[in-house]
Design a protein around this ligand. Structure first.
Ligand code: PMT
Length: 349
């Protein structure tokens, strides 16, 4: 919807909280917590998700695809991981010209997908449209047309020096594709993300503890309800802009409690201030009662994370030597979590 109508995009690639202040300046958006006042019930679980967030037209179709994927791979004895990746987009106008964006390149999710596939998982990749994608992410800095030569008679050759390891990567990509091990699902807006995640949780419920949720997407904490959104482009001739946003319900709560109570659930905690990181991660574990939090700081996220569980805290670090060999921290994260997942399955049955 946004892609169709946009003429100018206020693409704000910084965290939403700081972003609201820095972009609009002066009086800052006020956050309302409507969910907290709702008669004690959990809004997302109670189905009120659809009241505040438009349901994407294709959600039922995607739910069926995901359910069939889970059933097929579950029956083959495979574990299935649902990876969320990329940032959500929150429109400021119904006919959207401007939106707020949460920062995430999608690298964490896309590279993790490759390592989960190497560990024998089937992967549902719920990702932001045009964010990094497994395997193709390795060539994002490359202009494809500069790598090809037209030899005549429809023959095109590839300059492999410009596409490092292309033969190996292509072979792996085709193996994964022909075995049907990767199911890509796209979102752009926060509404799409919330509904598709709920559908995924329900679709994976049939395989119980064999399902893992790896929630690496950067999800907005604030939004403007459709009923309060201007229809048309906000006019700058009306003067400085003040916006008022509501709190997004923490989707992790119903996911763990109601939608996928048997699954192995991993959330991510992103902070810019390292001194509060572990406390925030512990707080998330206590609040949502899931299996682990991967805690990371924005500036160091590619070289250092801490995997926090109820009774452990494991630092994963890339050494200089590993970084030189282009080892990725996601390989260590996935190794750590897939091992923990197997233990979890053995305990739960
Ligand atoms: O993509 P890259 O550029 O490689 O960067 C990776 C990353 C930094 C984005 C990733 O490692 C990461 O930290 N992702 C989570 C970022 C985030 O949104 O953190 P949070 O503190 O706002 O949310 C914590 C958790 O709550 C998340 O797992 C999120 O899925 C969940 N959440 C968030 C908002 C919301 N309304 N409901 C939720 O359940």
């Amino acid at each position: 919807q946004v892609l169709r109508t946009r003429t100018f995009i206020l693409n704000l690639s910084v965290r939403l909280h700081t972003l609201i202040q820095s972009v609009f300046g002066g009086p800052v958006a006020r956050a309302h917590t409507k969910w907290n006042t709702m008669s004690g019930s959990d809004p997302a679980a109670a189905g009120s998700l659809s009241e505040e967030f438009a349901v994407p037209a294709h959600v039922e179709e995607v739910r069926s695809l995901m359910a069939a994927f889970a059933e097929q791979h579950g029956a083959a004895g495979r574990m299935v991981v649902l990876i969320t990746s990329g940032g959500t987009k929150v429109p400021l106008e119904s006919r959207t010209v401007r939106f707020l964006d949460n920062f995430s390149s999608g690298r964490r999710g896309a590279s993790s997908a490759e390592y989960f596939l190497s560990q024998g998982y089937a992967v549902i990749f719920l990702h932001r449209h045009r964010s990094l994608y497994p395997y193709t992410r390795l060539y994002t800095g490359v202009n494809l047309l500069d790598c090809l030569t037209l030899e005549g008679a429809g023959l095109v050759t590839v300059d492999q020096r410009k596409l490092p390891n292309i033969t190996k990567v292509l072979k792996r990509y085709q193996e994964v594709k022909s075995a049907g091990l990767l199911l890509p699902v796209e979102f752009s807006t926060l509404s799409e993300y919330l509904h598709l995640l709920k559908a995924a949780a329900q679709a994976l419920s049939s395989i119980g503890s064999k399902a893992m949720f790896y929630l690496a997407a950067a999800v907005s904490d604030f939004y403007i309800p459709a009923s309060e959104m201007p229809e048309h482009k906000i006019q700058s001739s009306n003067g400085p802009l003040q916006i008022s946003m509501k709190m997004v319900p923490k989707i992790l709560k119903p996911l763990v409690k109601d939608w996928a109570p048997k699954a192995f659930v991993i959330s991510f905690k992103l902070e810019t201030d390292p001194s509060i990181l572990l406390e925030r991660a512990r707080c998330a574990l206590d609040t949502y009662n899931h299996q682990a939090v991967v805690a990371n700081v924005l500036d160091t996220r590619h070289g250092y994370v801490v995997v926090v569980t109820k009774d452990s805290q494991k630092e994963l670090v890339l050494t200089d030597e590993e970084a030189q060999r282009e080892v990725e921290i996601e390989e260590k994260i996935v190794q750590n979590l897939s091992h923990a997942h197997i233990q979890f399955i053995n305990q739960k049955g």
